[in-house]
Design a protein around this ligand. Structure first.
Ligand code: SF4
Ligand code: SF4
Length: 423
């Protein structure tokens, strides 16, 4: 057990870009009773372990519903079309949770908003879903406030130094898979090329992640190039002053450094849905993300502001409608579009269409599988089936959240028509 957990923690450091599924279904955390909160998360093993660990640490007794998201974390699964309304409906109906509690309140991770439409979910299940705080660490405080509105800091996504360092090791490992063949082939002629490249790859990934807010240029390719130019220049200076290196070797190594840094800098934003926006920026030379609110349709329900992880929206002064106050911060996640009950938000991108390599491969393999036949049950047809309420294996997720109450029934049809059922 200890070795297995150790291997999973190593996976967190070097392989978290790959899915690591755990069994979907119901988990008991602590000693939940019939009034305990019901919290939904993804079935990425590392997330589930973290959620359970944090809830236990904070003394929260809860029912944890692990949705089948193909072993992918909350934000990526929601952005990639794997954490959807359908998947939540499915786990609600198959877990037997409705027999375990007397209430119908459901708490979802805020970052699931890009894939889960809470209006559709309520209409289909009768449960009252809300999005909770963005980080699991804030959940106990949120519940302690009797599920009052999440604080602004609880719903803003940030990447601290520790998180960026973990991103860096994972990014370097993923990139190594990409470059392993050319590096090994080149090492046949260039002695020591493989270990020098390995060192460069991890050093540049860490530098990119650590210095990302200080490097000139936009996040992505431009910042990677900035670092590459600086690192290449430093290398040239050192090679002339300290090492007896030929001009050809110096130029070749400096070019390799520049290329690796640019690639790593470009790939770093792929750790959020920004990746798609960055492709456009790379191809068009400008940011092409656009989003707007029709103020005549907007009811001022505030849900867009509550699900947005980067505070793009604000309330119009003197009015109840909302407007786009900070377009530049938009990550193109689609959470606001997915959940706007008034169909008031339009964008030039589609939600649930993340194109990072992991989702591309998973969706590609999925496309090869036989399609659902007309006789197969849909999540709405599923009858409850009891699953063992295991817990001992410990693991956890990261609930996150919103506050707006679902709209009146009349609004549901409209919201659903827009999001296609949220799945
Ligand atoms: S979610 Fe839609 S209706 Fe609600 S405030 Fe935002 S734009 Fe307006
Ligand atoms: S404004 Fe952009 S970042 Fe915010 S929820 Fe909408 S799509 Fe996501």
């Amino acid at each position: 057990m200890v070795i297995r957990d150790l291997l999973k923690d190593l996976w967190l450091l070097f392989g978290r870009m790959f899915p690591l599924p755990t069994t979907p279904g119901l988990r008991e955390v602590g000693k939940p009773d019939r009034s305990s909160p019901v919290i939904v998360t993804c079935n990425f093993d590392l997330t589930v372990r973290k959620v359970i660990r944090t809830l236990k640490r904070d003394g929260v007794d809860a029912w944890l519903l692990v949705a089948p998201t193909r072993g992918i974390n909350v934000w990526c699964a929601a952005g990639g079309g794997h954490f959807t309304t359908d998947r939540v409906v499915s786990v609600l109906k198959t877990s037997g949770i409705s027999h375990r509690v007397d209430h119908r309140r459901l708490l979802l991770p805020q970052l699931a908003a890009a894939g889960v439409n809470i209006w559709s979910l309520q209409e289909r299940t009768g449960w009252k879903p809300r999005f909770g705080p963005l980080r699991i660490d804030d959940l106990a405080g949120y519940l302690g406030r009797n599920r009052r509105l999440t604080e602004p800091a609880e719903r803003r996504v940030t990447f601290g130094l520790k998180e960026r360092l973990v991103m860096a090791t994972n990014l370097a490992s993923a990139s190594l898979l990409f470059f392993i063949v050319p590096i090994l082939v080149s090492s046949i002629w260039l002695g020591g090329f493989w270990w020098r490249s390995l060192l460069l790859l991890f050093s540049l990934a860490i530098l990119n992640a650590v210095l990302v807010f200080r490097l000139p240029g936009r996040p992505g390719l431009q910042k990677g190039l900035s670092l590459g130019v600086a690192a290449g220049a430093l290398f040239v200076a050192l090679s002339q002053l300290l090492w007896d290196m030929s001009t050809a070797s110096t130029v070749a190594w400096a070019s390799w450094i520049l290329f690796l840094s640019a690639y790593l800098g470009y790939d770093l934003p792929s750790w959020s849905p920004l990746w798609r926006a960055d492709i456009r920026e790379l191809l068009l030379g400008r940011r092409d993300t656009h989003i707007e609110i029709d103020k005549d349709s907007c009811t001022g329900c505030r849900l867009c502001d509550l699900v947005c992880p980067v505070h793009v929206f604000d309330r119009n002064p003197g009015g109840k409608s909302y407007f786009v106050a900070n377009l530049d911060a938009c990550q193109a996640c689609g959470a606001c579009v997915e959940n706007c009950p008034a169909n008031a938000i339009t964008t030039n991108f589609s939600s649930g269409m993340c194109s990072c390599p992991t989702c591309t491969v998973i969706n590609g393999v999925g496309a090869l599988k036989p399609k659902q036949s007309p006789g197969d049950p849909s999540p709405d047809d599923l009858t409850p089936r009891w699953e063992g309420t295991c817990c001992g294996s410990g693991t956890a997720a990261s609930p996150e959240s919103t506050e707006a109450e679902p709209p009146p029934q009349g609004a549901l049809g409209k919201a659903r028509a827009r999001c296609g059922g949220g799945s």
